[in-house]
Each structure stands twice: as C-alpha cells, then as structure tokens.
Design a protein around this ligand. Structure first.
Ligand code: GDP
Length: 311
C-alpha cells in the first residue's frame, strides 16, 4: 500500500518510470539474503524506500508473533546491509508508531523511544521496527563519514488508503470496518460488530499524505534533517495531528458507507494500546503537512474498495 503510493507520487513529481525499480514478493523475496544481495549488486540503486514489511492488525500481530518479529528483522537486515554493500548512499526506513511505550505521554514525541514497556499485542513487530531504526543509525555512525551514507527513518501513525488488506482477521481497523459496514448495508443487516470497547483512540493518516512525507524526508538536505535529529535518536514521526475513538471512527464509516443500523461492541476482542497519537512537530517544522482529512480519505478509500470488488 505505501510502496505503491510512493511510486504514484514520484511519477507525479516527474521522476521517469524507468528510474523507479519495484519488485513483487514473487520476483524478489526480501527474506532471502542471497537474492537481496544479488539484486543490489546488479541494480545500481541510488535511493531506497524500505516500505516492505509484514504488517497486520491487532489480531494478526497477536496470533503470529513469530512471523512478525522474524520476517521484519530479516527484511530490514537484508535490505539495509545489501544496500550498504552495493554503495547505496540514501535510504529511508519506514517504521511504526507502535515503537513507543504503551503508556507514553501523548502526543508521543520521538524521544519517548525506549523509555518504557511496549504494548503486548504488537511487541514483536515493534521490537523489529526499533531494530530497523537502530540498524540505520549504526550504519550511519560507523560508515556515515567514511562512505558518505545517510540512512533515515520515518515513523508513521496508523495508515489507510487504496490498496489496503481487507481480510477481516488480519487487517487493520479501517479496512475491516469499511468491509463490515459495506457488507452489512448490502445484506440489509441490523448491526455491525466492532472489536473491543470502542474507547481506544487512534490517529489515521491517508497513504498519499504518507508518500509525500516520505519523499519530503528523503529529499530534505542533510543539514536540515540533522537539525531535527541526533545520531542515536534519528527517526521522525509522521502523523495527522488529531485522533478519534474507535467508536467515533465506526460512526464516521457508517456515514460514509450509508449504513444506518446498530453498532455493537465485541469486548471479547482486545483493545490494544489505549491511545496512539504522534507529536509530528519536528516534521511539520520542516514544511510538510497532511492534505487529506479523515472523512475525505475514508470516502476515497471506500471508492477504491468498491472498485476492487467490481473488478
Ligand atoms: P492497532 O492500532 O495496532 O491496535 O491495530 P488495529 O488497526 O488492528 O486496531 C485498532 C483498534 O481498532 C483496536 O482497539 C481494535 O480492537 C479496534 N477494532 C475495532 N473493530 C476492529 C476490526 O474489525 N478489526 C480490527 N483490526 N480492529 C478493530
């Protein structure tokens, strides 16, 4: 989802299609070290956007912890090291707001990293993403001057938009609810079930805004990036700036889809972390801001969902 949005944005900025190299999982298995090294050795890459990851919602993270930690650690280690070995000077690693402690002060600043215990439902994923930041920092610290490398990290809040995963067990909350409300409307059902208590608060960013932020961060002059980071605190938050409760989100999605039945909470499902709102003032002070509000983004995403069902 994020990789496609970055490609759309680069093309819109006038980057020639031939200059952008993408590979599907079937073409290049990023968990295969030899394949990743061979790819970088032959491809003459200048810049890497590392958006590839094993991702999923609260249930997927909770039930496949081994896959979430293993695949993410291996993908990051393979790509970052192979990029370095082949002479790539610029790389942007994409992490997640779940790197911060479960009870971090809200909104969460970059320096909350490693100050407390993580949310248990996604701790393995978070540990892998923290390792990714530390990989970038460690390569910068050891090889930054000698090899002229500059590897950066962006920590997005919860993302949504075209190209998301709509599988009800493994998806995040927005694609799950868009699908549930759509199917309930089509079937004229009386109610839709929302997991948890509906009280957790989440911040949501439309994926095209995230893509713009990624390119902005990649293109920021080194002196400007360094002004807002430290060698061992080098990541930058990418958030929308506002959050909603899951109950409020369900109400907005019901409106977007046109469902007017009841919304019921299933408290046997986990809530996860109580609140996840990023402090994105560092990024804002470099000149980036989001363009797409939640309701507008949900309408665009719902249109994409309906299109994907029609084709
Ligand atoms: P999280 O931000 O890592 O917790 O990931 P999710 O996007 O999966 O879940 C966010 C919140 O939405 C949690 O409190 C979930 O319990 C809640 N939620 C409500 N209904 C659903 C649903 O149908 N699917 C998912 N994935 N989450 C839901």
């Amino acid at each position: 989802m994020v990789g496609s949005a970055i490609v759309r944005r680069l093309l819109a900025q006038g980057v020639p299609e031939d200059d952008i190299v993408t590979h599907t999982r079937a073409e290049l298995d990023l968990t295969n070290q030899a394949a990743v090294r061979a790819f970088f050795a032959n491809a003459q890459i200048d810049e890497v956007y590392l958006a590839a990851a094993k991702v999923g919602g609260i249930h997927a993270n909770n039930t496949q912890p081994a896959e979430f930690i293993y695949e993410n650690l291996v993908i990051e280690a393979n790509v970052i090291d192979a990029a370095f070995r082949s002479g790539v000077k610029r790389l942007l690693f994409l992490g997640s707001s779940c790197i911060y402690p479960k009870l971090a002060e809200q909104p969460m600043r970059e320096d909350a990293l490693l100050t407390g215990t993580l949310e248990p439902t996604n701790e393995p994923y978070a540990i892998a993403k923290i390792a990714g930041i530390k990989l970038c920092e460690s390569y910068n610290r050891q090889y930054g001057e000698s090899h002229g490398i500059d590897y950066r990290s962006a920590m997005p809040t919860n993302l949504y938009g075209p190209g998301d995963n709509y599988d009800l067990e493994s998806s995040h909350v927005i694609p799950a609810l868009l699908r549930k409300f759509h199917e309930a409307k089509v079937a004229d059902a009386a109610e839709v079930v929302v997991w948890g208590t509906g009280t957790p608060r989440r911040e949501f960013l439309y994926v095209d805004d995230m893509a713009e932020a990624c390119i902005h961060l990649m293109q920021l002059p080194k002196s400007e990036y360094d002004k807002h980071t430290e060698p061992m605190l080098s990541h930058i938050n990418v958030g929308f700036g506002d959050d909603v409760s899951i109950g409020e989100l369900a109400g907005i999605i019901a409106g977007v889809v046109g469902f007017d039945g009841d919304i019921v909470c299933d408290t046997n499902r986990p809530d996860g972390t109580p609140r996840k709102l990023l402090d994105s003032s560092r990024l804002r002070s470099t000149g980036w801001q989001p363009r797409i509000g939640l309701e507008q983004g949900l309408r665009l995403t719902y249109a994409d969902f309906r299109l994907s069902k029609a084709t």
